[in-house]
Design a binder for this molecule. Structure first.
Ligand code: EPU
Length: 347
């Protein structure tokens, strides 16, 4: 195991901010994980595991412990313990695999289930943590189980979907008493052979209709999602950002009705439980942060998606935090809604 010392954490988040890690190591298999943990134990160092760094950012203080970067690669087409037939297909992917490469591979194989999650940045292991979702699909819908190392029992374990505590952009791995307890090693997905079926997410359906596309295959849907995403969202490889910075807030219908009286154009997504989800991007934009380039902090909002914060020339995480507070305060003042951030601050 190759342990690096005094590592700039800014290189391990797509926001490119943060202090220094005392130690950092890449792990590529179970044995390397165990020896890294034993090494950290010996020196009584805390341990954090990360994937691609696209949904996290680091405090300026850095981390006086060991950061493990998950590089566990695997793509298995078949698991003996699941029955295969004409419609069902299972794959297991290593947590360190690039998520979009896995999507691409399933789509090329004509499999349906994760094509709408094309181009979501980051690694496979990160997808269950925030229950990644886009264009009407979320990982909870296809996930069968998560293979993880349980730091409490010091055993590798398989966690079925029902035990993952999934909700909108959340899971047992992200919030609650088990946060930090599991290191995700692999995920198993249940995909189907055959084509995706409408109805599709409105933005996606509009895109397809405008181009008179009626051949709905995993590939045509992937192509459409890629086209939409590229036109609206910045590429994390070129522009420093962490995707959506806030989750879309869900409010009581009475709260929404009050807002709608004042702001008749406010968009809404009614939820099954009667509550109303409001697009955070709309709130941010209408609180005065559309295409804002903040000289004081060096932060900006992406011109075509106000929910994406961009690090233009911020030098510290404190700058980002300040910008975040400006946006939160403006939205709170105008709409009375407290926006909750999506990316995780580490440590
Ligand atoms: N809108 C604005 N201004 C904008 C952008 C959007 O007012 O600048 C409003 C519009 O009313 C639009 C609505 O917001 O109809 C929704 O916008 P969009 O379809 O872009 O989706 P979103 O809710 O802002 C979510 C995810 C994205 C995901 C898209 C597409 C969250 C927090 N974000 O964004 O995920 O790609 O849907 O499904 O749920 C991410 O999490 O990093 C991410 C990019």
């Amino acid at each position: 195991m190759n342990v690096l010392n005094n590592v700039a954490l800014a290189d391990y988040t797509t926001m490119h901010l943060g202090g220094t890690a005392a130690h950092l190591a890449e792990i590529t298999n179970h044995n390397e994980l165990l020896s890294a943990l034993a090494w950290a134990d010996q020196q009584q160092l805390p341990v954090i595991m990360i994937g691609g760094g696209s949904n996290i950012y680091w405090k300026d203080e850095g981390f006086q412990g060991l950061v493990l970067v998950n590089r566990i690669m695997k793509y298995e087409d078949f698991r003996e313990d699941f029955a295969e037939d004409d419609t069902n297909h299972y794959i297991t992917a290593g947590a360190g695999e690039n998520w979009d490469s896995v999507v691409e591979r399933t789509v090329k194989a004509g499999l349906t289930g994760i094509e709408c999650l094309s181009l979501v940045p980051g690694t496979v292991g990160a997808t269950p943590v925030q229950n990644v979702g886009a264009y009407g699909q979320e990982i909870a819908q296809t996930l069968v189980s998560v293979e993880a190392y349980d730091r409490q029992t010091k055993q590798f374990t398989t966690i079925p979907t029902v035990d993952c505590g999934f909700g909108y952009r959340t899971s047992r791995f992200k919030v609650g008493p088990d946060k930090g307890r599991f290191f995700i090693m692999a995920v198993t997905l249940h995909l189907t052979k055959g084509n995706p079926m409408p109805p599709f997410y409105q933005t996606l359906q509009n895109y397809l209709d405008e181009r008179s596309k009626v051949d709905y295959t995993p590939q045509t849907i992937r192509d459409a999602v890629i086209a939409i995403r590229t036109s609206k969202l910045p590429d994390v490889n070129l522009v420093s950002n962490c995707g959506s910075f806030f989750a879309n807030p869900v409010v009581e219908s009475s709260v929404f009705d009050e807002l709608q009286l004042q702001y008749p154009t406010i968009p809404k997504w009614p939820q099954e439980d009667g509550q109303i989800k409001v697009p955070a991007a709309w709130l941010v934009e209408n609180a005065g942060f559309k295409d804002v380039h903040d000289a004081e902090t060096g932060m900006a909002t992406w011109p075509t998606q106000a929910l994406v914060f961009v690090n233009e020339h911020a030098r510290t995480t404190a700058n980002l935090e300040k910008f975040k507070q400006k946006v939160q305060a403006a939205v709170k003042q105008k709409f009375g809604i407290v926006l909750v951030q999506e990316p995780e601050i580490l440590p």
